[in-house]
Design a protein around this ligand. Sequence first.
Ligand code: ATP
Ligand code: MG
Length: 484
Amino acid sequence: MPWDWLGSRLPILRRLRSGEQAPVPPSAAPATSARIARSEKTRPVGGVVIPRERHPISRKSISPNALRVLYKLRDAGFAAYLVGGAVRDLLVGIQPKDFDVATDAKPEQVRQLFRNCRLIGRRFRLAHVIFGPEIIEVATFRAGGDDGSGDRAMVDGRIVRDNVYGNIEEDAERRDFTANALYYTIEDFSVRDFVGGFADVEQRLLRLIGDPEERYREDPVRMLRAVRLATKLDFEIEAKTAAPIPRLAGLLVDASPARLFDELLKLLLGGHSEASVAALDRFGLLDAVLPATAQALRVPAQQPLRRLLDAALAQTDRRVREERSVSPAFLFAALLWPAVVPRFQASLAAGHETQVAWGIAADEVLIEQVRRAALPRRISTPMLEIWQLQSRFEHLQRKRVVRLLEHPRFRAAYDFLALRADVEPEAAALFAFWREVEGKPESVDVALRRVAESGGDTPAPRKRRRRGGRGRRPQDSPRSETPA
Ligand code: ATP
Ligand code: MG
């Protein structure tokens, strides 16, 4: 019921429904009057026009910087449109987080027009127009098919470089989903639709443009995008778009680990990580990006590791919705916890010292992970620290407690201990102590006395052990710090 959902979300459509004016689905707009015959530099532009009064996008909800870019390009004689995720999000009533512009100006021409501009990208050459913290991405219309005039490189059916310029219609066709191929123009504030995207948005359908299998083979990351966008927008993935995903999921193994990571991070930090991860798993995609997490999610919901993952994702979503900061290192510490714990235990059993054992386990996990979705150092380094500090929470001697409270990564590690405390009884006992002293170093003595008096509710500090030293037999069970 397309008008029902639109009507409930969009003020203009609510007005339309209440009888001010009968709603006219864009797909039903008369084709002849809707075709644009305006000359646009080289040739007339086709497509359906959704006039201002039939869509809810107002200039007030568009970034003033994006409008500045659109007007400046227009005044210099170029065609310029707001495009992609921003148009889609505005149509469904979500405030976009960034604004992209498509134009017939070449990247060099864009650069000449804006002082605050830099050209980026190898696979896609793009102009970034920089306004303080806001970047407006300006992309030249590109064509899907290679006519030999441009700069396209394909390897095994995959696009690796793609700088073949085209017109707006070709630009629409090379985009991924119909909902992502809508163009908003400041000429008459209409939306231009070349691929039926407006009707799909109206029906909350995510549909790949063209032949789905071919489009996934060209760029397997589109499978992750399908899941992420459908979850974010609460759209259904159209049947033909969804069907090949489980069969083609394996293609992700050959995708660039850096791109996979970027897309995974967007998926996890978009406020719908719990639903997105579940959907990735349903489509058989989670194994390709986070194999250890995928495995851990397959155990019954009440198992500790599974509960830890569920809690980490739920907490992340809650924080995003409350517009609080989210630490990717913290989240990955949880997502890779099921992978690192058994390796840590094995390293300990082999006689390594605790911190060394964490290092070895983390290296193994990262080597495995880098082949999938590669974690950059800015995330893997603090993640390792969060893991390492878990062992240090066990040392309840005054000096060590005070030192740990001052550790720059204390807060993240403490939050992680809190997460573990919900699922591991031993971590819960430790957490009770740390909660008492967190942010209150003056209460350390009182808290330590209480632990001593309570007669060992909290695990005793472990003794230092040398590699291969006395008193350690191979059959010794891993220590209390080894979690569930
Ligand atoms: P988000 O809300 O997460 O930013 P988005 O759709 O804007 O979603 P971007 O990565 O910002 O995602 O991409 C901008 C636009 O570029 C998309 O809307 C789409 O038109 C196009 N695009 C992005 N990735 C691809 C792809 N892999 N294949 C084809 N077109 C793509
Ligand atoms: Mg975007």
